[in-house]
Write a protein that binds this ligand. Sequence first.
Ligand code: 13P
Length: 288
Amino acid sequence: MGLVSAKEMLTKAKAGKYAVGQFNINNLEWTKAILLTAQELNSPVILGVSEGAGKYMGGYKTVVGMVKGLIEEQNITVPVALHLDHGSFEGAKKCINAGFSSVMFDGSHYPIEENVAKTTELVHACNVLGLSLEAEVGAIGGEEDGVIGSGECADPEECKRIADLGVTMLAAGIGNIHGKYPENWPGLSFETLEAVQAKTGDMPLVLHGGTGIPADMIKKAISMGVAKINVNTECQLAFAEATRKYIEEGKDQQGKGFDPRKLLAPGFEAIKATVKEKMELFGSVGKA
Ligand code: 13P
């Protein structure tokens, strides 16, 4: 099938009251693990690429080549969107040119007028090329310099303004945080979600910070209009733990060092298991 825009899969998810998972990728093993799991479960999937991960993997065109190659040679037939995660304005333009099928422009840290102006420009570019575009209102919290900031709650009126520009999906802060949640986290603000949903209608809403949100809150958020959920840290933790265990068990080859393929195999399996668990929780299994 090749790469597709996320529009159709998210429209179906919103109408069907389930969510499509966005799983961030960092290398070949992560990408292959996520694609194979999506295919096995017959689930649509979104591959998220942060600007840092794009640089690490050798540039956006390298990422496009790797993902397209895997889709073809691993016989992946479920819908796959390749999506820039938390893109800057320049980063979004670069990914559009490199062949991504979807981009996020995170203008949440700009004053609303500037967020509107920049998002509008990208709406036009994406419409011409048939790409999907995610915008953000209300910054998502997370760890910075060791301090975990609490997630903001978006202003529903601002959400309506951005949604009305014609974006494909909208990430609205509802107290969610990237990475691990602090002990005293008050939980998602369903009041905010309800108000944003009321103002934005059919617009698929995006929940960032999918790691560590209790399953009951995830299900409630989906029932209230969330159609895309981002997961990154949980895959990182699973990958690191599996790799650590393998090294600790000392499975090197009689002093010849670790075979890189064997070294990364437990992490690959751990990502597959994490993605499967999330797709089952989000309800996207069998929805391709
Ligand atoms: P987590 O790292 O908390 O899973 O969040 C991922 C995310 O929202 C990426 O945009």
